[in-house]
Design a protein around this ligand. Structure first.
Ligand code: A2P
Length: 275
């Protein structure tokens, strides 16, 4: 009973999914299999993770129909540009062992290369051909997100960004609401670093849940799509068990109050040019 979020093209994405960043291919296969077994129906991978193969094998072996799994992958930075993107997408589908993805994302904007507009034009062609149901971006700054929209005439369906209680992304989330982009949170648990926060601990205790469950609930109540990562079966199950309680508005506000100017854990998209 995971709620869906409706995207700006009328399709829907499960609000809670399973992420496999930093999970080696063989372990990803086991983790995705476990996630599908406990009920997750959305899986988030990327070409650079090196685990599209394991992810695809787990889906194929799961007994869950491909049409019942929401599958996301991402284009790596070195493959940006119109023709390179088309080739890289073919390679991703091949590794995933499927003939379409539900969501294809530009992984990082790579400002130095300045190729994200033509890259997104290739994404539009892929989507128009039916091999990606929805297209979007990840790790964009607000100015470049606005430029992408202005120069392609299309509002991306999804923007996947670092987002957790210490880094709440107020400005981007406000813009997403204004133009109709779904906000998807990567490292929703702050890569585990926010779990020991005393405010989170107190709120979790009040509901008889774990800190991770309290944080995931905070995301869900803010309307974020979340993709927590874990390789631990008990945690995979626990992170999916977040629909039996609700935080008060005050608790949501107290968690949002943990936002800090030093809260970012990953790279700053404005400066991340790794290719
Ligand atoms: P592990 O994969 O070893 O189980 P994020 O999704 O924010 O990047 O966080 C992922 C990190 O948080 C991983 O180190 C993961 O550990 C840990 N983690 C995921 N779920 C839980 C949980 N329910 N309780 C404690 N730690 C968790």
């Amino acid at each position: 009973t995971v709620p869906n979020v409706t995207l700006n093209n009328g399709t829907t994405i499960p609000q809670l999914g399973f992420g496999v960043w930093q999970v080696p291919d063989d372990q990803a296969e086991a983790s995705v299999a476990e996630a599908l077994r406990v009920g997750y129906r959305s899986i988030d991978t990327a070409a650079i993770y090196g685990n599209e193969g394991g992810t695809g094998r787990a889906i194929a072996a799961s007994g869950v129909a491909r049409g019942d799994v929401y599958l996301t992958t991402k284009l790596w930075n070195s493959e940006q540009g119109y023709d390179q993107t088309l080739k890289a997408f073919d390679a991703s589908l091949e590794r995933l062992g499927t003939d379409y993805v539900d969501l294809y994302l530009i992984h990082w904007q790579v400002p130095e290369a300045d190729l994200f507009v033509e890259t997104f034009k290739a994404f539009q062609a892929i989507r128009d051909g039916g091999r990606a149901k929805s297209i979007g971006v990840s790790n964009f700054t607000l100015p470049n997100l606005k430029r992408l929209i202005a120069e392609t005439g299309e509002v991306p369906a999804v923007h996947q960004i670092e987002l957790h209680p210490r880094f709440t992304q107020t400005a981007l989330r406000a813009f997403h609401r204004e133009v109709g982009i779904a906000t998807e949170a990567w490292s929703p648990l702050g890569q585990g670093q926010v779990l020991s926060d005393p405010t989170i601990g107190a709120i979790a205790q009040a509901h008889g849940v774990s800190p991770a469950q309290a944080i995931l609930r905070w995301h869900l109540q803010l309307g974020n799509v979340v993709i927590p990562k874990s390789v631990t079966p008990a945690r995979i199950a626990q992170n999916f068990d977040v629909f039996g309680f609700e935080l008060t508005d005050d608790e949501v506000a107290r968690i949002s109050g943990l936002d800090s100017t030093e809260g970012r854990i990953g790279p700053d998209p404005a400066e991340f040019n790794l290719r």
